[in-house]
Design a protein around this ligand. Structure first.
Ligand SMILES: Cc1ncc(COP(=O)(O)O)c(C=O)c1O
Length: 457
């Protein structure tokens, strides 16, 4: 989370709530000053407290119009109801909530099956707070596996510069050298040749992303695995692949069944996904599955007492709400394969049609077209000099649309793009409205060259 710094109280802050919010006590309303840095002395009635906090939250954007996030912003009322019933259950209390633990176990098995684990009885897996924790756990397993080989030198992890920040965090926190393959020209993600060129005997693993946070493209997992097979033949180094399927591991099984990227590749040791992205659950839940016990060194597993026996656990934190896990199981029960296929296909259809519509507007050029993840990135054409992607993002925000603009990493920092993430609930109708707004904005944006300044604040 954001690391907050202390802030001095504003001495002029007046306070005072809406007189109607304090029930029958307008005098109380006049005294209310929302606590910014220390608790008030007196309690407030629950309805007053609720109204005050709600009023503050009006300033947040509308989550459904947030086209920046991969994270679920709409679930059915039945799922909300189930989550509300489970918010008081702590996942770690396996003794007290054995059935929640059972639902978690079923979810792990279902995911291992979706990802073609060759031996369902051999897999290991768990839920997490999200993909970041899942990636940390997978990275720790890779590092421990490597350290047991007894090699001298500093461990390194090979991945594209387009990895999500959690991998850079992993490397920093666990003292692993990140070997980031930079983008180059129109190559925006990792390729097999670039990956193996950076591997050596101290490479704990290669991370392949399905698909890239930057533009929604799938990395060529099978090619990377095949190149590592060749490298092993030549050098003897047996380097595992972890697939970061934060989004794609819940898309590809339904929409790209022919694409071989998962445990069908013997080199894939582990896979993570975010239940709260295309797993269609509110935040925060993630999953990680290892193909077999050998991929997860047993020293990393801690046993907690469970119904008089031992329950193996692997997690960074201890307590966690059970609601998201119950909601994940709900989505599996509710949708089945066909339901998931329909939901993900609808998102892909909206993404590809919206991408085509944006390309037809004229000034934009697509980097991707939403046909892998239902996510696409686009930029302004080289001859457009009257506005840039940041202007477009700002103007769309005036209408409530949250479409982020950002620059690409090292080596392509010259390239700035807009990215649209289509999720369940973003319909063709909403996409048409967005397109209409974009079309309406263009003449205003295109009113002549922007004043260029050399000085940026
Ligand atoms: C490829 C990839 N990996 C990891 C993460 C981190 O996921 P989470 O937000 O679930 O921690 C993301 C988030 O966007 C991602 O896109």
């Amino acid at each position: 989370m954001v690391l907050h710094k202390g802030k001095a109280t504003d001495p002029d802050r007046k306070g005072g709530a809406n007189p109607l919010h304090a029930g029958a006590y307008p005098a109380l309303a006049a005294r209310i000053r929302l606590p910014h840095d220390s608790l008030a002395e007196e309690p407030l009635p629950p309805d007053t407290a609720l109204q005050l906090v709600r009023d503050e939250l009006m300033l947040d954007g509308n989550a459904r119009l947030n086209l920046a996030t991969f994270v679920t912003t709409w679930m059915e009322p039945q799922a909300r109801e189930l989550m509300a019933e489970c918010v008081d259950k702590n996942m770690i209390d396996k003794d007290e909530y054995p059935q929640t633990a059972e639902l978690e176990r079923r979810c792990v098995n279902i995911l291992a099956d979706l990802w073609h684990a060759p031996d369902p009885l051999a897999i290991m897996g768990c839920s997490t707070t999200g993909s970041s924790e899942a990636c940390m756990l997978a990275g720790m397993a890779l590092k421990r596996r490597w350290s047991k080989l007894g090699r001298a030198g500093k461990p390194n992890l090979v991945m594209g510069a387009n990895v999500q920040v959690c991998w850079e965090k992993f490397c920093e926190y666990w003292e692993v050298e990140p070997r980031l393959v930079p983008m180059d020209g129109d190559r925006f993600h990792l390729t097999a040749d670039e990956a193996i060129a950076r591997c050596d005997e101290n490479t704990i693993g290669v991370v392949a992303i399905l698909g890239s946070t930057f533009d929604g493209s799938y990395e060529p997992v099978a090619e990377i695995a095949a190149a590592l097979d060749g490298l092993q033949e030549r050098s003897g180094w047996d380097i595992p692949v972890h697939v970061d399927g934060a989004s794609g591991a819940m898309i590809a099984p339904f929409l790209d069944p022919e694409l071989v990227w998962d445990f069908r590749l013997p080199r894939v040791a582990s896979i993570n996904t975010s239940g709260h992205k295309y797993g269609l659950v509110y935040p925060g839940v993630g999953w990680v599955v290892w193909r077999a016990k050998e991929a997860l060194p047993e020293e990393l597993v801690f046993n907690v007492n469970y119904l008089g026996g031992d329950m193996p656990t692997f997690a960074l934190n201890f307590s966690r709400p059970g609601a998201e896990v119950a909601a994940q199981y709900y989505t599996f029960v509710r949708l089945g394969r066909e339901g998931f296929r329909a939901v993900q296909q609808a998102s892909r259809d909206v993404a590809t049609q919206l991408a085509d519509g944006i390309a037809e507007l004229g000034p934009f050029e697509l980097l991707t077209r939403g046909d892998e993840l239902p996510v696409f990135a686009f930029t302004t054409k080289a001859d457009v000099d009257s506005f840039d992607v940041f202007d477009v993002s700002r103007r769309l925000r005036e209408r409530g649309w949250l479409v982020p603009a950002y620059t690409f990493p090292e080596n392509r920092t010259d390239l700035a793009v807009l990215r649209i993430v289509v999720r369940n609930g973003f319909t063709h109708d909403l996409a048409d409205l967005l397109l209409a707004d974009l079309r309406r904005l263009l003449p205003e944006l295109d009113h002549g060259p922007r004043p260029r300044t050399a000085f940026h604040h």
